[in-house]
Design a protein around this ligand. Structure first.
Ligand code: SF4
Length: 66
């Protein structure tokens, strides 16, 4: 897609896992976590993101959903 910024820069990525080779590439990041039943780091608050727990349960707790 012409306007997709994934792969061009990581500036939009809020994930702090700088060693990850998918950082900044949203398509690869979403696919990776989706395969594992997880949620990408950018859905979490800054504090929860740094836990590197990408589970749905952690997201629900982080966002006060459940
Ligand atoms: S959320 Fe996961 S796949 Fe995406 S950049 Fe961070 S560690 Fe990598």
């Amino acid at each position: 897609m012409e306007n997709c910024i994934s792969g061009k820069t990581a500036a939009h990525c809020s994930c702090t896992c700088t060693a990850c080779d998918k950082r900044g590439n949203c398509c690869m990041c979403v696919a990776y976590h989706n395969e594992r039943g997880e949620i990408p780091g950018c859905f979490f608050s800054a504090d929860a993101e740094r836990s590197y727990d990408r589970s749905l349960a952690r997201l629900g707790k982080d966002r006060g959903i459940f």
